[in-house]
Design a protein around this ligand. Structure first.
Ligand code: FAD
Ligand code: SF4
Length: 350
């Protein structure tokens, strides 16, 4: 790793004023070498950023450390009766928060299954949402691929077993954040602090970016912007939400496929509204809208849950080595719908 300067931020506003680039901008490469080497970047837990630096994929001049800013930590009541999660809240804190486990169970379950206990104690929610993709060609300094500013996607004709099965034209990454799958199902918003001092809210759905809109970044964070919090809307109790995933290893691994389901049910198990999001499926957390439509207005049952599972993969465009993901999604959606409705007591939850 190259030498770099270190600066401890005293406030989010100071950090925002200092930052010159997003990590994505600083990673655009000329051949295999980052073109921007004067960048001043923000660091939270450092799990992803330090990894990228050790691989020589980004060579910043200075890191501005925000990890000591207490005002960006913690989970509190939001203005509209929902929850406000500070950007520096760790995945472990989200997984263990008693109120959140009740009101937004799928998010607590998603945070509890991400990575390993050690990483969950270090990784912040803000950094998790902004981590860069895991595509192995992208993570290899030897591969000057499209997302880093090169002219070629190595995954299409290469080993694409972990890649996207939806919206995979141009670049086939899957979005790397596990909590994002659940956050999108809850219609969460991100709060962003602009370098000139104003804050604004953006639905998470509008924050993430597909390759067809921009191949070089995964989100709409602008240079100098600090993600200060994630806001969850309040849900009318009883809330019905579940997160499920399948991975190659029980711990320390990103999912091969995952799903978050949030159901709004009347007392008779009729579904007023369903929110179903697939993770590890597309370059952004992927709304399974056809599956949502299947459930809206019907009674949840084994039959309707199965139909939702099948609808969840409609329109998929798998690559040579990842067709196996489709039955995983079909099964996960069916099981998660039944669990969320309280109709499958036998399935183990994480
Ligand atoms: C072995 C392993 C397994 C893993 N498994 C999973 C998994 O299953 N699921 C999963 O979701 N993740 C997984 N991860 C990824 C890990 O959760 C992320 O790397 C971590 O959450 C990043 O958070 P951080 O606070 O360390 O971010 P940092 O590394 O500090 O920052 C990440 C990026 O975000 C930017 N940034 C950070 N905070 C802010 C902010 N507040 N405002 C603006 N920019 C900011 C930084 O500039 C940087 O570009 C795994 C990681 C490892 C090493
Ligand atoms: S899938 Fe995207 S990140 Fe991976 S090699 Fe292709 S362009 Fe690069």
């Amino acid at each position: 790793m190259e030498a770099f300067e270190w600066q401890q931020a005293r406030s989010p506003a100071e950090a925002a004023a200092l930052i010159t680039h997003t990590t994505a901008e600083a990673m655009l490469t000329l051949q295999a070498r980052p073109t921007v080497q004067q960048a001043i970047l923000v660091k939270a837990g450092g799990v992803d950023l330090l990894d990228l630096m050790k691989e020589g994929l980004v060579i910043p001049r200075r890191l501005v450390d925000i990890s000591q800013l207490a005002e960006l930590e913690g989970i509190s009541a939001g203005d509209d009766g929902g929850l406000r999660i500070g950007a520096l809240t760790t995945l472990a804190q989200i997984a263990e928060h008693p109120g959140l486990r009740q009101s937004h169970a799928a998010l607590a379950q998603a945070a509890a299954t991400a990575a390993s206990p050690q990483i969950r104690n270090r990784a912040t929610l803000g950094g998790n949402l902004l981590q860069r993709p895991r595509c192995w060609y992208f993570r290899s300094a030897a591969h000057h691929c499209l997302r880093k500013g090169g002219g070629h996607c190595f995954a299409y004709a290469g080993d694409n077993r972990y890649h996207a099965v939806f919206a995979n034209h141009g670049c086939a990454i899957v979005h790397p954040s596990t909590p994002a799958t659940a956050l999108l199902a809850f219609h969460a918003r991100v709060e962003l602090l602009h370098p000139q001092g104003h804050r604004h809210l953006l639905p998470l759905e509008d924050f993430f970016v597909l390759p067809e809109a921009d191949l070089h970044r995964e989100n709409n964070l602008a240079a100098g912007e600090i993600l200060t919090a994630v806001l969850l809307p309040s849900l009318a109790p009883p809330t019905h939400s579940v997160y499920l995933h399948i991975a190659e290893k029980a711990a320390f691994d990103w999912p091969l496929a995952d799903v978050a389901v949030v159901l709004d049910l009347d007392g008779e198990d009729y579904c007023r509204h369903a929110s179903i999001v697939l993770g590890a499926a597309a370059p952004i957390p992927w709304r399974a809208m056809q599956a949502e439509a299947v459930l809206t207005g019907v009674k949840i049952s084994e039959e309707t849950a199965r139909a939702a599972g099948q609808a969840a993969v409609a329109g998929a465009t798998p690559l040579d080595h990842n067709t196996y993901k489709l039955p995983l999604f079909t099964t996960l959606v069916r099981r998660a719908v039944l669990l969320a409705a309280g109709l499958d007591q036998n399935s183990a939850l994480p």
